[in-house]
Design a protein around this ligand. Structure first.
Ligand SMILES: *[C@@H]1O[C@H](CO)[C@@H](O)[C@H](O)[C@H]1NC(C)=O
Length: 273
């Protein structure tokens, strides 16, 4: 009798261990996907990414890849102003090798798209911009990466132009971190002053919406992209800071990908200029 109870207990705890192992594996996998070490790929030849790792094949075979050149758009009346609840929070700035990333541990606020809520996880910058507008490539692009509980992603993107050489307030506020972490791969620093992403998005701006992918390996698809149509100002010095992320200054923009049969929708916004 006692032994049978022990056996039952043993098999229950075995089942529990198995569940824990599977759970840990899945959690580890999700974390690994979001944190691919940048030393594993380079921008010398992004067309090779698909061949570097077995689970990066979609970088080559995918039909809904990002970035894209935004040309033909469909004005959409059912898209509205961006709904978000970003708040001033502290974070950690990290030099990932090819870019700087501001990570919000535990997330920042939420972005709502078609009643689904995505939590802002991290923000990183590319120079020059990855998305182009009618063939025009701007000087930098900020990607705000959100995830929902099932790990579905939504990215909000702001393009920066250095044409007027006018500094961006947001990039000035973070400039000291970019400067101190320049050339120091994997170094990180706590951003103690609370930064407020709500101030980075002009709610009156229109935006382009399409379905694409992560622009770095593993190039996972199913990402809802929102590219703000109002281009922000930055100084030339600020755009150059992004290129100083690695010891040998480099650019980190993946070439534009085929649009195939995707549609880019456009929300006009209430821009006055
Ligand atoms: C690109 O240019 C064409 C032709 O001028 C125009 O119809 C279209 O709206 C432009 N696209 C964007 C995204 O500005």
């Amino acid at each position: 009798m006692a032994r049978r109870r022990n056996n039952a207990r043993a098999s229950r705890s075995l089942a529990l261990s198995a569940i824990l192992v599977i759970f840990a594996f899945c959690a580890g996998y999700a974390a690994a996907e979001a944190n691919t070490p940048h030393s594993m790929f380079s921008y010398t030849d992004p067309s090779k990414w698909a061949t570097l790792q077995k689970d990066w094949a979609v970088c080559g075979s995918g039909t809904e890849q990002s970035p894209i050149d935004i040309t033909k758009v469909e004005v959409s009346t059912d898209l509205g102003p961006l709904e978000h609840t970003y708040k001033a929070s502290a974070g950690t700035m990290q030099n990932r090798g090819h870019d700087f990333m501001l990570n919000f541990e535990g997330g920042n606020g939420k972005l709502t798209i078609q009643k689904k809520e995505y939590t802002l996880q991290q923000v990183h910058w590319h120079a020059p911009a990855e998305h182009t507008i009618n063939g025009t490539r701007f000087d930098a692009e900020m990607n705000m990466v959100h995830e929902d509980p099932s790990k579905a992603r939504a990215v909000v993107s702001v393009l920066f132009s250095t044409k007027a050489d006018r500094p961006s307030k947001l990039l000035s506020d973070l400039g000291q971190y970019f400067k101190r972490l320049a050339g120091k791969e994997n170094a990180e620093e706590e951003v103690k002053d609370r930064v407020d992403p709500a101030k980075w998005i002009d709610k009156a701006s229109g935006y382009y919406r399409y379905e694409g992918s992560l622009t770095t390996p593993p190039c996972t698809e199913g990402v809802i992209w929102t590219i703000m149509s109002k281009v922000a100002d930055a100084s030339k010095e600020q755009a150059d800071l992004f290129k100083s992320v690695s010891k040998t200054p480099e650019t980190d923009a993946r070439p534009v990908q085929k649009i195939n049969n995707r549609v880019v929708r456009y929300y006009k916004g209430v821009e006055t200029s």
